[in-house]
Design a protein around this ligand. Sequence first.
Ligand code: PGA
Ligand code: ZN
Length: 425
Amino acid sequence: YIDQIKAREIFDSRGNPTVEADVILSNGVIGRAEVPSGASTGEKEAVELRDNETRLGGKGVHKAVSNVNNQINQALHGLNPFNQAHIDKIMIKLDGTPNKEKLGANAILGVSMATARAAAQVTHQPLYRYLGGTDLELPQTFHNVINGGEHADNGIDIQEFMITPVERSSFRDGFEKIVNTYHTLKKVIEKAGYTTGLGDEGGFAPDLKSSEDALTMLHTAIIKARYTPGKEIAIAFDAAASYFYNKDTKNYDFEGKTYSPAELGKYYASLFKKFPEIISIEDPYSEDDWDNFITFTKQYGSQIQIVADDPVCTNPGLIKKAIENGMANSILIKLNQIGTVTETLEAIRLARKNGYTTMISHRSGETGDTFVADFTVATNSAELKAGAPARSERVEKYNQLLRIEEELGEDGTRLAHFPNNVDFD
Ligand code: PGA
Ligand code: ZN
């Protein structure tokens, strides 16, 4: 049973405070988890509780830590760690608000993930096995190799330019192709006279003039690395359009020009035409612009994966609304947008039941915790985005998948192929 829950303030990959929680069982086993933190957050995300005092720029998490050590610790003492759903439900009730603002989603999620870890350890199972059972597959990974938007100080308004391995004989083989392309991209950027400093997610952050230039560089790098664009390495991007939407004019202020929603759609279509290796686009329209997001899905949803992130925030209620309205055909999944493992599983189940794909995601502020790697495999989610193959807080997720592939390999590894809609229950 759960004997004690203890949290502390640690720091994330941007040097901001975050919560680490330990769930300590009566037999001495400790499950530990670290909570990530976003920069381009959706308005409907569960609340990340910050101290808002002068210390650490207001970003301290002492209140969230104290909520774990006191209220949550008392409420969960003596409970069975195997009953994840029950434990998450108790925390949701204890908080009592729709967006977890009282205890903080950072406090609740830390405990929720650490509970799963403790339970997995007691049964001597790896986390992916404890959460997922058997018949698991390795995901297709999406690597943000040019960072823009809120993740870098450059002039590019599209937030994430990703490469993903399509044809591959194993997870390792796909990852090697990504690494080769990443190193080649560095040379391409250098040769064009730009700096090769990194953004928050380990991708390069050159001060390019336009998003189209970024795509051209990716295209060039894939070819120079001797891969066929679209066949071996494909491209995906996250526009994160909420961040260039003008709420007053209802237009999009994008890279020095103003685009009406229809013009923006045409712009994306021109990119799809110029770069047929683009297979997935995330948040093409703002979270405040559902109508145009839906129209865009009607137009292009049969040709390309369209992922909803900010409009739905891993919230089952919002995902249901998106499905009813035909918004997107894929859902981005971030544990800390909703705040418990159980609700995240519910979000995935709901999406998949309705034929949507699910892409599990890290946050731009990460820690060394590799929970999302195991979680992606456990839910057979087929897709994971966890940043470039650089900066340890990113690479550790992929290293964990390499370990999992080695373990699963004994009974024959299965690889997810894009787009994937395997059932999940
Ligand atoms: P964030 O961005 O982690 O900074 O919120 C990720 C995303 O928009 O997908
Ligand atoms: Zn996004």
